[in-house]
Design a protein around this ligand. Structure first.
Ligand code: BDP
Length: 596
């Protein structure tokens, strides 16, 4: 889906701001009172302050009046939502116009002309934050009857982050040609010496056109070439490199009867991604991933777009010597993806497939006796939709170098292979660039038990030796970690391995002479131990710490006001270990770290 850009033929108006709001029922035929207010974009949960309301599950409403710009006969009016978590129904003047399921991808609603003759509309959005075994992420849904007979809906997250909800990303009003460019897919093939590129620009339009023109521009907007074909050959190209980004622009103009109909500009980068002989190659060089699993999570905004936090995070990421992050555990905002493109940061891009593990706690206690996940989950449809929408949205981003099919599913249980095979295949079919696909493997799915890693290109592992396993015992942790990594290397000698999560909860300011868990000393010793193991493994091509920053979670025995595995606190102050990382990561080059 195209980003809401202002061009010669398109106007974009921002509907961010303060909307009327209510939790519970509302009839969109009537005007929603302004007793309660909410900011768009943001999560409602923290902003609303009241404790019960913070944890509310069910329908809730946003509403505002919108004065409309003029729209000509050849134009249409569209409302575009960057994301609404997790489901949205959209009404204009009380009439239902469309809905979207899935809380992390954009969608559009076209407003029929009959609604805008009056010059203004009433826009109402009914949001729902229920999660169950048909949705992604997966939630455990139940109901309780209150004393007054009313029903209270409850969702227990089947994952380790707070179920923030609301209109999380910008809402835009767009006036665009009825006959518009609706999708663009840019695929480039670099020559062997990486000096020239064959670029194929495929695009679709909502109606037929007579002709088109494609112009390629450099970063300074100088025209490099113009053509009426969709194959372009570029000589002496400048590559998109890790931490040295270069972005070209493809300007597409469509014409009917010799007149300009629509213009859109899509930015793209030229770089080659390949997995070969247990290496992850970017522009033919073996890269070493240094970075983080993250969350979209800040004070006040919750999971709502916070562009200042995004830029600060990526500046901190660069400052510490890292080069990558994973969009754990859902697609991040389009704004974040565009930022990563500009800053040359590698992104491992994940769908919200988290919680695909039935009875996780029981399986920990019962030593894996619960084998029911793939009978219980009814997520196939949501999963396919999430993959389709993610690839559609992010296929042209040079920062995206790999797709994730799921985070920590029960891939050791019967049925996992059948569940994942078509989904991995779907990524491969949809992506014009055929980027590598991975699945982020959970600690129970050891090499002897896992049933899916044969399907993917890269072995991504989340491991917590000396934390969840042999808690506090760094010696045993080191032995266990080394042994398991060697087993993976032996099982899949041609596949590179990336540690996509490893970490220890740490409360800044807590100290100990004996490396006690939760102290700053333990965190340092934990990473020192892990890195010793990583450095000894030739096929391990990356380390992404869990987590970039502390983040909010649901209530659990193991969580002290959230998860504290961040290298930074939730307000982005460094913990002591950041100094160790700076030293290590600044000394590790982006390319050719592991000498084979
Ligand atoms: C992993 C999950 C991640 C958790 C992390 C942890 O992928 O979402 O937050 O463990 O326990 O299992 O800190």
């Amino acid at each position: 889906m195209l980003y809401p850009l202002l061009t010669k033929t398109r106007r974009v108006y921002d509907l961010s701001g303060v909307w009327n709001f209510t939790l519970g029922d509302h009839d969109p035929q009537r005007l929603l009172s302004s007793e309660e207010l909410m900011v768009v974009p943001s999560s409602f949960n923290d902003v609303i302050v009241d404790k019960d309301k913070r944890n509310y599950i069910g329908d809730f409403w946003y509403e505002r009046l919108v004065d409309l710009p003029s729209v000509s006969d050849t134009e249409e009016l569209v409302i575009r939502f960057g994301s609404v978590t997790h489901q949205a129904k959209v009404y204009v003047n009380g009439t239902f116009l469309g809905e979207h399921r899935g809380g992390f991808t954009p969608f559009e609603i076209v407003i029929p002309d009959s609604f805008y003759q009056a010059g203004h509309i009433k826009l109402s959005v009914c949001v729902n934050n229920c999660l169950d075994k048909t949705t992604l992420p997966v939630g455990n849904y139940s109901e309780e009857v209150n004393e007054d007979g009313s029903v209270k809906k409850i969702v227990k997250e089947n994952f380790d982050f707070f179920n923030y909800a609301g209109i999380h990303r910008p809402v835009k009003l767009i006036v665009r040609p009825k006959n518009h460019i609706s999708d663009i897919a840019i695929k480039s093939v670099l020559s062997d010496d990486l000096k020239s590129a064959d670029i194929e620009i495929a695009f679709t339009t909502s109606k037929s056109i007579d002709s088109y023109k494609i112009t390629i521009l450099d970063e300074d907007k100088h025209i490099l070439t113009e053509t009426s074909m969709n194959h372009i050959h570029l000589e002496q190209v400048r590559l998109w490199e890790v931490l040295d980004a270069y972005l070209y622009t493809a300007r597409i103009e469509t014409f009917c009867h010799g007149l300009l109909v629509d213009v859109f500009e899509e930015r793209f980068g030229l770089r080659k991604v390949e997995v070969k002989e247990a290496q992850f190659l970017i522009n033919n060089k073996p890269v070493y991933f240094k970075g983080f699993g993250k969350h979209e999570d800040t004070f006040i905004n919750g999971r709502g777009l916070n562009e200042a936090a995004n830029l600060m995070d990526l500046n901190l990421l660069k400052e510490i010597g890292a080069n990558s992050f994973r969009t754990s555990h859902y697609p991040y905002s389009e704004e974040m993806m565009r930022l990563a493109d500009r800053m040359g940061i590698l992104v491992i891009n994940e769908v919200p497939a988290v919680g695909l593990f039935h009875n996780f706690m029981a399986s920990l206690d019962l030593d894996d006796k619960d084998n029911g996940t793939w009978n219980v989950m009814k997520t196939k449809e949501a999963h396919e939709q999430a993959i389709r929408e993610l690839v559609k949205r992010d296929k042209n981003h040079p920062s995206v170098v790999m797709w994730v099919v799921a985070n920590e599913p029960a891939s050791h249980e019967e049925g996992a292979h059948d569940y994942f095979e078509p989904l991995v295949q779907l990524y491969r079919e949809l992506d014009p660039e055929k980027r590598p696909v991975t699945l982020v493997n959970i600690m129970m799915a050891t090499p002897d038990k896992d049933q899916v890693m044969d399907l993917v290109d890269v072995i991504c592992l989340n491991r917590y030796y000396a934390w969840y396993v042999d808690h506090g015992d760094l010696k045993k942790g080191e032995d266990g970690l080394r042994k398991e990594l060697l087993a993976w290397q032996e099982k899949f000698p041609k596949k590179p391995i990336i540690m996509t999560e490893y970490g220890a909860d740490t409360l800044p300011g807590l100290h100990s002479s004996w490396d006690i868990p939760y102290t700053e000393e333990f965190q340092s010793a934990f990473y020192e131990m892990s890195h010793r193991v990583f450095d000894s493994l030739p096929n391990l091509v990356g380390e992404q710490v869990w987590n970039f920053a502390d983040f909010e979670t649901n209530l659990m025995l193991l969580r002290v006001q959230g998860n504290h595995k961040g290298l930074f606190s939730r307000n982005r102050q460094p913990k002591q270990v950041v100094r160790d990382f700076k030293e290590r990561w600044r000394a590790i080059p982006n390319y050719h770290y592991k000498k084979k």
